[in-house]
Design a protein around this ligand. Structure first.
Ligand code: UD1
Length: 421
């Protein structure tokens, strides 16, 4: 297993291109199952999770081709000859569950293993099941697999989600595009990835209104056709690289970034004393002098502070002046980076869903272990401001969500390398 070695010190300067969003691409790809015609995605990120989704779609009978070094993906689901999403693939990535809604809508039946993914909480699927059952599906759990069928086809319905789950909204939205009649999804997730999915589905012929708000209305159509769609910018990769100069000092422009993708996060950076400026090319981030100030953060569904940036934000707050509080409200077990940061000299207390971070002047490099995708990158960020060398092991998590991370961070002056073990 590879490790990443980061040596702290030195300001960062330059620009980093931000890739297409992993989480958008992982829901756009299964949308191909809704149509017999090809779907082409441009600006796709080059990540192992995207390869896993490709494998899953291929296992169902879809054909997939990638061009331009993986940035353009064309998928065709003309002949789907399998309706079972096997545990061997699904366990690698929770987003695999996003094939359930489209397969059910297109084929009238689907069998999908319960997923795995990051070990950051229980992450059940009750809301996906509730929504699809409202649309007329019959679903039971046998041998670790969800067996879903819609013998009389799917029918539009009014669905109120008890929590604005991103995945449940996506699965229900995709399924409802081919349901008969009108579907209303209330308390729908409002993430930019949902808007991106709805935009692509509209290009495929779906009739959807209200995406980006809490109420999405879908008028079912008989069939969807092919389309070409560029994947929206990855707001989590964007926020992560915005934190690099905020933690290590210097000035970095994140190309393709827009404030609207990370507004709440930018407000917190501003409160911490970090300058963010929207330019024609992206977002320019600078920390000119002194320590950052402590800030309090509560993770919330969009447009609130994203849970996927909580670990990276904590890395910055470890060396802030004063005490910060981080409340995690989305996942119950998402502070696994805290003990690793403590090994680097951070002063963090965790009680349930709250972490209290007492800022220290300096972190010290240490061998640490990546426990999930966002935790891994938070340790790299912390290492860039720490004294000496930080060795992050188990970095395979990183390959799931950050393309060319070593190359991108080296290009702005970070001392970072990947070593094979
Ligand atoms: C997506 C993102 C993930 C991000 C998360 C929250 C993808 C591929 N992943 O995950 O990076 O951290 O949104 O922004 O897009 N829940 C239930 N029942 C359900 C579904 C979810 O209780 O049926 C709970 C989960 O356990 C969790 C919370 O809702 O506590 C958020 O989950 P959800 O919004 O569904 O996240 P994902 O779609 O899994």
């Amino acid at each position: 297993m590879d490790s990443i070695v980061v040596t702290g010190g030195g300001e960062l300067r330059g620009e980093i291109p931000i890739a297409g969003a992993k989480n958008a691409c992982l829901t756009l790809m299964p949308a191909t199952l809704l149509s017999e015609e090809p779907l082409t995605l441009t600006n796709a990120p080059r990540l192992s999770d995207i390869k896993t989704m490709t494998q899953l779609l291929e296992s169902l009978g879809a054909e997939a081709a990638s061009m331009q070094d993986g940035q353009v993906l064309t998928m065709s689901s003309h002949d789907l000859d399998n309706h079972v999403a096997e545990y061997d693939i699904v366990r690698k990535m929770r987003a695999s569950n996003l094939v359930l809604g489209p397969m059910l809508a297109r084929l009238g039946h689907a069998v999908v293993s319960l997923p795995g993914g990051c070990a950051i909480g229980a992450r059940p699927m009750d809301l996906h099941i509730y929504g699809l059952e409202k649309l007329g599906a019959e679903i039971d759990l046998r041998d670790g697999y969800l067996h879903a069928k819609a013998p009389r086809g799917l029918k539009g319905a009014e669905i109120e989600l008890s929590f604005a789950s991103v995945g449940a909204t996506e699965n229900i939205l995709m399924a409802s595009t081919l349901a008969k009649g009108t579907t209303v999804i209330r308390n729908a997730a409002r993430e930019p990835e949902i808007v991106d999915l709805a935009t692509c589905l509209r290009k495929m012929g779906a009739q959807i209104e209200g995406d980006g708000t809490s109420e999405i209305v879908v008028q079912g159509v008989d069939r969807l056709h092919g389309a070409t769609h560029p994947v929206v910018t990855d707001r989590i990769e964007l926020g992560t690289y915005m934190l690099a100069p905020a933690i290590a000092g210097g000035e970095v422009e994140c190309l393709g970034g827009r404030i609207s993708l990370v507004e709440n996060f930018c407000e917190k950076l501003d409160a911490a004393g970090i300058q963010v400026e929207e330019t024609k090319r992206g977002l320019k981030v600078a920390r000119k002098n002194g320590r950052v100030s402590a800030v309090d953060v509560t993770t919330e569904p969009f447009p609130g502070f994203p849970t996927d940036l909580q670990a990276q934000m904590m890395a910055m707050l470890c060396t802030a002046e004063g005490t910060s509080t981080l409340h995690e409200t989305i996942f119950e077990n998402r502070f696994m980076h805290a003990p690793e940061l403590t090994r680097m000299g951070a002063n963090i207390e965790v009680h349930g869903g709250t972490a209290t971070v007492h800022g220290v002047e300096k972190l010290k490099g240490a061998p640490v272990m990546a426990t999930d995708l966002r935790a891994s990158v938070s340790l790299i960020l912390a290492g860039m401001a720490a004294e000496g060398e930080t060795i992050v092991s188990r970095v395979y998590h990183l390959d799931r969500g950050y393309e060319k991370v070593v190359r991108k961070l080296s290009s702005i002056g970070a001392k970072i390398e990947r070593i094979k073990e």
